[in-house]
Design a protein around this ligand. Structure first.
Ligand SMILES: [Zn+2]
Length: 354
């Protein structure tokens, strides 16, 4: 809330410059936040795309990180049947080369495909049935014009790492009963492997391996990487507050006994009181979902589980910190740049003779 109020003060100044005396309201937020973003964090997203060619992102980024972390390898299987020519089937091999899973990569949008990105398990791993996972990585990248490469946005890159995190959860599954295979875990945990896997998208060693200009092979410039990182911190007071307000509202509804549930005309009063009790009644930042259109509140298996998104992120952020600590504990400090410069003969200032 403190962060949201601080951001609101920034936006209020811009609003007052346009409309003296006006007070910031919820419907002003996106408009003025976009002005601040354009001023402080803007960079042309299209500058990034030449460095994010789809096959390189997959093979030298997503798969590369998994090979480095888990020792698994990927082999394309053009001989296997596919349900659509846009898809590619990979066999995933375990550290000892034994078959582990089949992965179908289905990156492009098409009229018959639903929107969004998701991971699917068509066959679950099971010791009981003796099955290996057959899983899908589904994105909705617009297909490029014929003969041109598929260049991704940074969002699409992150999404590929995220959905593949779900794939990892499925393909590294080692259980007897299919009921417990892969992503069949409590909702508290289901987004954890996928969110953690996003960390590798910007992990320097992984990024350097895949983010290369599709024509020149040049690495992604460091100043663009810095801009991606800075932009991720923008407007987070708002985003976190509106999310938490909805999560707390969800909890308030689920704590009622049947006798306490208000009549339809008491819904908004209950909502206002619940937000006030939680200290989240700040008019410019209403809950992300109000009670009357809260899709994740009762239906779809959520049932008081809307908090799980940020809980997964708590686990995720803590795990990323753990990885970094592991490295520090092993090395006794942060990595030094000099050894790499020395290895590449770039350590000294003296230019080569020829
Ligand atoms: Zn997910």
């Amino acid at each position: 809330m403190a962060n949201a109020r601080r951001e609101a003060a920034d936006l209020q100044r811009l609003l007052a410059a346009d409309h003296p005396g006006a007070e910031l309201a919820a419907w002003d937020w996106s408009f003025y936040a976009e002005k601040v973003r354009a001023e402080k964090y803007a960079f042309d997203e299209s500058q990034l795309r030449p460095y994010f060619e789809l096959h390189r992102v997959l093979n030298d980024g997503v798969f590369y990180a998994a090979t480095r972390l888990y020792g698994i390898t990927f082999r394309e299987r053009p001989d296997l049947p596919r349900y659509h020519p846009d898809t590619t089937v990979y066999e995933v091999l375990d550290t000892d080369g034994a078959p582990l899973a089949l992965l179908i990569v289905d990156p492009y949008s098409r009229p018959s495909k639903r929107g969004g990105a998701w991971a699917n398990a068509y066959v679950s791993q099971s010791g009981l049935r003796g099955t290996h996972p057959v899983i899908g990585l589904h994105l909705n990248v617009p297909p490029p014009p014929a003969g041109e490469p598929t260049l991704l946005t940074f969002d699409e890159v992150t999404t590929a790492f995220h959905e593949f995190g779900h794939n990892l959860h499925s393909l590294l599954s080692a259980v007897r009963y299919p009921r417990f295979a892969g992503t069949n875990v409590p909702r508290d945990f289901v987004e954890f492997p996928s969110q953690v896997n996003e960390m590798w998208a910007t992990w320097p060693e992984v990024l350097a391996n895949y983010a290369k200009h599709h024509q020149t092979g040049a690495p992604l410039p460091a100043e663009l990487v810095a801009k991606i990182t800075a932009a991720a911190k923008f407007n987070q007071g708002y985003a976190t507050t509106e999310y938490l307000a909805a999560a707390l509202l969800d909890q308030a509804w689920h704590r009622l006994t049947p006798a306490e549930v208000p009549e339809a005309d008491g819904v908004l009063a209950f909502e206002a009181a619940a937000l006030r009790r939680a200290g989240m009644d700040f008019a410019p930042v209403p809950p992300r979902y109000r009670s009357t259109y809260f899709n994740h509140i009762f239906a779809g298996g959520y049932s008081a589980g809307y908090y799980s998104y940020i809980w997964a992120e708590v686990l995720d952020a803590d795990t990323v910190a753990w990885f970094k600590e592991l490295y520090r504990a092993f090395r006794g400090g942060d990595p030094e740049l000099q050894p790499l410069l020395d290895r590449r003969g770039l350590g000294g200032a003296t230019p080569a003779a020829n």
